[in-house]
Write a protein of this length. Structure first.
Length: 195
């Protein structure tokens, strides 16, 4: 196995670990039907928000990708841009999906088992997003280095990956924010349980 394939393989390993942790979260039960019902509605709303945001963002990304492809940056930079945008969007989607699932379980753990169990559940939920972001970065950059080489001539091509990822992250923050949205979900549930 070549050294250039190692980052991509580590990215795949990270995604597998994130999937396993998500499985652990999914197996936790939400015993209160009201919390479960509220959580499902918030999940549906959050996913609708993400679909709408990504649909609008897709048009902008297509225009940018075409401009990059026809500029002096070239086709390879356009490919890197598209890959970076995909990796960032995928990580954001996984983060939102997991956060809305983990928050009901965190609420249940806090209510039934206390702060330690709630912290553990919340940590698992956050670690899925963290692992997915790092893994998609490793996977995307690893693939680019594998196909385009790790040399100074291909450096500007690799920069397209960062540009694509940054565009999606910027829109996600402006459009309500993945992280802010996740925090709002948690605050919503805690407030409703206390009420």
């Amino acid at each position: 196995m070549s050294e250039q394939a190692v980052p991509a393989l580590l990215g795949i390993v990270g995604l597998v670990v994130a999937f396993v942790i998500f499985g652990v979260i999914s197996k936790l039960k939400v015993s209160d039907p009201k919390v479960d019902s509220i959580g499902k509605q918030i999940h549906i709303g959050a996913m609708a928000f993400m679909r709408r945001e990504y649909t609008i963002l897709l048009g902008f990304l297509v225009v940018l990708a075409i401009l990059i492809g026809f500029s002096d940056l070239g086709l390879h930079t356009m490919i890197a841009f598209i890959l970076g945008a995909f990796c960032s969007a995928f990580a954001g989607f996984v983060g939102m999906f997991t956060a809305t699932k983990a928050n009901t379980r965190t609420t249940t753990a806090a209510h039934e088992q206390g702060a330690a169990a709630a912290l553990k559940t919340a940590f698992y939920g956050g670690s899925v997003m963290g692992l997915t972001v790092a893994s998609m970065g490793l996977l995307g950059l690893g693939l680019l280095y594998y196909f385009f080489g790790a040399n100074p001539e291909s450096a500007h091509t690799i920069h397209g990956f960062g540009m694509g990822g940054s565009v999606v992250a910027l829109f996600s923050r402006v459009g309500g924010g993945i992280f802010t949205k996740s925090a709002d979900v948690g605050a919503d549930l805690v407030g409703k349980v206390e009420a």
